[in-house]
Ligand binder design. Structure first.
Ligand SMILES: Cc1cc2nc3c(=O)[nH]c(=O)nc-3n(C[C@H](O)[C@H](O)[C@H](O)COP(=O)(O)O)c2cc1C
Length: 202
């Protein structure tokens, strides 16, 4: 079974991270999830879903219940002893969706101050796939420099920018398009949107 690290950091667009986890679990992947403290409250504000708990174990139970799966483990961002903190623990790679500018900076500068940044540092040093969905508007030169630095290191920068040629009917279509494109970046199959072909009309 393939396993992936998924981090949801404190940027707007937490629904993308949640949909990504749902899709990975459908592909029978094992997910190692880390949600930052800020992301827990943003998830609640933006989606109404409460995944936090008084302890990491309590949060994990809520997370397993929400995703109706035991193929998921979750870790506190403060748990630097989690398996994904070590390069000896093998994963296929890592997604940070959405990725805040603070987490982007931490990863770009090797400042492994929490589990998200450390796990990304590990994935980078081990030469595994790292896919970030940075979310901010507008970007400053600092943000862009951090993205360029990471892109040059082989990191995939996949900002959650929807396209409209699919004529999305609702928010769900937009979320599915963005998450589908993120899965494409990892070479994973999905059914989240209809692919463009030249005969596509109206
Ligand atoms: C409701 C809300 C929305 C936010 N949206 C963004 C965002 O889209 N992008 C961003 O870089 N920071 C955003 N922030 C600020 C980050 O949460 C903040 O910089 C935090 O320190 C990020 O920490 P983390 O990356 O460890 O989760 C938002 C904060 C809140 C409360």
């Amino acid at each position: 079974m393939k396993s992936f690290v998924v981090a949801i950091s404190g940027a707007s667009g937490s629904i993308y991270g949640i949909r990504l986890v749902e899709e990975l679990l459908k592909t029978e992947a094992f997910v190692h999830l880390c949600i930052s403290s800020t992301a827990f409250s943003i998830i609640e504000t933006e989606t109404g879903i409460s995944l936090s708990g008084k302890t990491a174990k309590e949060a994990e139970k809520k997370i397993q219940k929400h995703f109706a799966s035991r193929e998921i483990r979750s870790y506190s961002e403060h748990n630097l002893a989690a398996p994904v903190s070590s390069g000896s623990f093998i994963t296929e790679g890592m997604f940070v969706v959405p990725c805040s500018m603070k987490t982007l900076s931490g990863i770009a500068n090797g400042y492994a101050n929490n589990l998200i940044e450390r796990a990304a540092d590990v994935v980078l040093k081990e030469g595994r796939k790292l896919i970030l969905a940075p979310r901010e508007m507008p970007f400053s030169a600092i943000h862009l420099e951090n993205m360029l630095k990471l892109s040059r290191l082989g990191v995939t920068i996949a900002p959650p920018v929807p396209a409209f040629y699919q004529k999305p009917k609702d928010l769900n279509d937009i979320v599915n398009f963005v998450v589908g494109k993120i899965l494409d970046c990892a070479g994973l199959t999905h059914n989240l949107f209809r692919r463009w072909d030249e005969n596509q009309s109206g």
